[in-house]
Design a protein around this ligand. Sequence first.
Ligand code: NDP
Length: 334
Amino acid sequence: LRKLCVVTGASSGLGLNAAATLAKTGRHFIVMACRDVEKGKRAAKEMGMPEGSYTVMKLELANLQSVRDFVANLKAFKSARPLTNLICNAAVYLPTDPEPAWTDDGFEMTMGVNHLGHFLLVNLLLKDMQKAKNPRVCIVGSITGNTNTVGGGLVYPRADLGDLSGLAAGAKKPIAMADGKPFFGAKAYKDSKICNMMTVSQLHERYHESTGVTFSSMYPGCIAETALFREKRPWFRKAFPWFMKYVTGGYVGMEEAGERLAQVIDDPQCNKSNVYWSWNGGAQQVGRWSPDGKPRGAGGSGGEIFENEQSEAVRDPVVAQKMWDTSVKAVGLT
Ligand code: NDP
């Protein structure tokens, strides 16, 4: 029997490519959790995902009731089979909006979708996952989480959850930022990604031993061509992939990025909890993992998976604990 794997945001970019890679191994049955079910179905067809290797289910992360409904629908769909793998991948990035957008529950959109929706989802699914063999949860992180890179440490604005007073006060309109300060879209994205990565370490501490679930985060490289950058101006969307390819070397194509995310779920060597996975070197390198076990790519060296260092901000246990407690309250888990 194939292992059940939920992928959020599987209608585009990284999530779609990871879903397709896992589906094609024949080892996984993919539940594509999408806000737009029709788009998800179209995308799966275009990617050539084999019939019978997936289904598309509605999940609107900007609505906590939709998260709860998804969990109920999943339970009904899969009957007695436990969920083995969960990939929290969906995200929005709203760097140019002058004013915050709000989720149906009144959270600022970036924090609401990227962090709080996923936070509720993982917590609701955990009990069921511990019944599975070798269950894994991966929450997609960001370069923001490591200070040992240009993108993470130096590029303004930096992620900073401050005293978390915004989240502690419930994080609802008009509170737009985790630190309670005025709205700043680019920073809201980074803050949400820090919360994603802290959630992984908190999940590990709280539940790894008791549930046997492996929790991890990963940074796929800069996939400069995905729809994530839809708000950016045309010149930026043209220049950015070039810049990442030839100047920083951090560029990775969508297909390879998808394989990287799939690797974290499927590769036996990734069966270690509380790791933030990253990959050496550029794309298309010799020795890179492939789902069928055959070496991929040509030329160069590197492209190997490694356990990356997390930034001090991500590793701060006091902030991480407060982030957890305030998120529990914000999504109504108490
Ligand atoms: P895309 O915009 O291509 O994909 C984002 C996905 O999230 C889409 O499927 C989108 O649905 C879905 N989504 C957005 N809002 C919601 C919502 N409210 N409810 C449910 N689903 C939603 O971006 P990427 O593939 O680039 O991003 C995927 C992940 O990778 C994100 O976590 C991002 O932070 C991370 N990442 C990306 C990098 C990059 O360089 N691109 C670098 C590092 C990390 P729809 O198709 O309907 O829009």
